[in-house]
Design a protein around this ligand. Structure first.
Ligand SMILES: *Cc1c(COP(=O)(O)O)cnc(C)c1O
Length: 401
C-alpha cells in the first residue's frame, strides 16, 4: 500500500483538441465574444434540441439573466431549493427578490413537488428548480403546478448537460428546455468545461434577445457589428446591463468539449453502474442515489447516504487517509452566514416554518442530505481498480473504529 496515487473527486477531460482550438482562437486575433461564441451556441442548441442558446460567463450569470427575463423584480418571491450550490439562491437575491425554500426528496436530492403548492403565494413570480448533480428533477409534476399558477419555470441545469428526461411520454435532453429557460455551467467540476462559462437555452425568441442584450451591457450594437460596419455607428445603452460575455477562447474549447459529450456521458453512466452494483452488495444500509424510470442522469456527481450513525467527517477523513477524495453532501443555502440571519429565511410570509436554530423542520431532507451524504469520485478515465479502491475504502471507513 501507499504506492497507489490519490484518487481525486473529479478530473476534467481536456486534450490536444482543446489546446489547438484555444491556440487557433488566439491566433485569429478575435479573442472576446465573437464568431466562436456564435458557433458554440449553435452546436450547443443542436446538442440539447433547443431553439435558442446564448453563451455567458457562468451559470450564475445565466441564472441572473434568466430570472430577469421572466420578470423577477425587487419584492418578488421565487420558489426554489436551499439544497443547492449557493449560486442558485444568490441569483434570486441579485434580482432583489426573496428565495422561498422548499425541501428535496431524499433519493433524487431534487425539489419535492408535494411541497410546491404551499410555498406559492401572491408574491411568487417564478419557480427555479434544479437538476441536482445531473439528476433530472420531477418536471412531470412541477410543470403542471407552475402552469396552474401561471408561473414561469427556470431550470438550473448547471450539472445536467447530457441528462435526459421523459416528459409527457417523450424522452428529451435537459435544456430543450422543458420549462421556460434552462441554465448550464462549464465550470471544471461539471461534465463539460470551458474553464468557466455558462449557457442559457429557451424556445422564446424574446427571452433570447434579452439575454443577448443583458450580457453585453445592454448595448444596442455588438462589438462584432461595429467592427464589420462600413459606416460609423453610435451605440445606445437601452437598460441596465452587465458584462456576462463568454470569450471566443472559451467557446473554441467548448466546441471541442461538445464533441466529447456522448462518450463522456456514456462513460460516466458505466462508472455509476459499477458503483451501484458494487455498493449494493457490499455495504449494508448505505443509501444509493435513485434514478427514477423517467430520468437518465449524466452522473455529474455520485452521492451516497452513509449508514446510520457513521459520522460524515470521520468517514471522509479515513477515506482521505486512504488516498480517496470525497465531498460532503450538497450544501444548504439557508444554513450559511449569508442567509441564516436574513429575516425571511424562515420567517412568516415566505412559506417559512418559524423554526429555531436547531434546524429547519421544513427543510429536514435538505439538511439530512448535507449532513449524512458524501460524494464519491467519478470522472472519465477512472479505472475499474480505482472504483474498487473507492468501494473498499468506503466499506472500511464505515466500520466502527
Ligand atoms: C455549479 C453550479 C452553479 C454555478 O455555476 P457557475 O458556472 O460556477 O456559476 C449553479 N447551480 C448549480 C446547481 C451548480 O452546481
Amino acid at each position: 500500500m501507499g504506492a497507489d496515487p490519490p484518487i481525486p473527486i473529479a478530473r476534467p477531460l481536456l486534450g490536444d483538441g482543446e489546446v489547438a482550438a484555444a491556440a487557433a482562437a488566439i491566433r485569429s486575433g478575435w479573442v472576446s465574444q465573437g464568431p466562436k461564441v456564435a458557433e458554440f451556441e449553435a452546436r450547443f442548441a443542436a446538442a440539447v434540441g433547443a431553439p435558442h442558446a446564448c453563451a455567458v460567463s457562468s451559470c450564475t450569470a445565466a441564472l441572473h439573466l434568466a430570472l430577469r427575463a421572466v420578470g423577477v423584480v425587487p419584492g418578488d418571491e421565487v420558489v426554489t431549493v436551499s439544497h443547492s450550490f449557493i449560486a442558485t439562491a444568490n441569483a434570486v437575491r441579485y434580482c432583489g427578490a426573496t428565495p422561498v425554500f422548499v425541501d428535496v426528496e431524499p433519493g433524487t436530492f431534487n425539489m419535492d413537488p408535494d411541497t410546491l403548492e404551499a410555498a406559492i403565494g401572491e408574491r411568487t413570480r417564478a419557480i427555479l428548480c434544479v437538476h441536482q448533480m445531473g439528476m433530472p428533477c420531477d418536471l412531470n409534476r412541477i410543470l403542471p403546478i407552475a402552469r396552474a399558477h401561471g408561473l414561469p419555470v427556470v431550470e438550473d441545469a448547471a450539472c445536467a448537460i447530457g441528462s435526459e428526461i421523459q416528459v409527457d411520454g417523450v424522452w428529451g435532453k435537459i435544456g430543450q428546455p422543458h420549462g421556460d429557460i434552462a441554465c448550464f455551467s462549464f465550470h471544471p467540476r461539471k461534465v463539460l468545461t470551458t474553464g468557466d462559462g455558462g449557457m442559457l437555452t429557451t424556445a422564446n425568441p424574446e427571452y433570447d434577445a434579452r439575454f443577448r442584450l443583458g450580457r453585453q451591457h445592454a448595448m444596442s450594437v455588438s462589438d462584432q457589428q461595429r467592427h464589420g460596419a462600413g459606416e460609423v455607428i453610435f451605440e445606445a445603452y437601452t437598460e441596465l446591463g452587465f458584462n456576462y460575455r463568454m470569450t471566443d477562447i472559451q467557446a473554441a474549447i467548448g466546441c471541442v468539449q461538445l464533441e466529447r459529450l456522448e462518450t463522456i456521458v456514456a462513460e460516466r453512466r458505466a462508472l455509476a453502474e459499477r458503483y451501484l452494483d458494487a455498493l449494493a452488495s457490499s455495504i449494508p444500509e448505505l443509501g444509493l442515489p435513485l434514478e427514477p424510470e423517467w430520468a437518465r442522469s449524466n452522473w455529474q456527481s455520485f452521492c451516497v447516504r452513509l449508514p446510520g450513525g457513521r459520522p460524515q467527517k470521520e468517514v471522509m477523513q479515513r477515506m482521505l487517509d486512504d488516498g480517496v477524495a470525497t465531498r460532503r453532501g450538497i450544501m444548504c443555502a439557508h444554513r450559511e452566514p449569508a442567509y441564516e440571519s436574513e429575516p425571511w429565511t424562515c420567517g412568516p410570509g415566505t412559506g417559512g416554518c418559524g423554526c429555531g436554530s436547531g434546524g429547519c423542520e421544513r427543510l429536514l431532507n435538505s439538511e439530512t442530505a448535507q449532513d449524512r451524504c458524501i460524494v464519491l469520485p467519478l470522472y472519465p478515465g477512472m479505472t475499474d481498480a480505482e472504483v474498487r479502491r473507492v468501494v473498499e475504502s468506503l466499506y472500511q471507513s464505515c466500520l466502527p473504529v
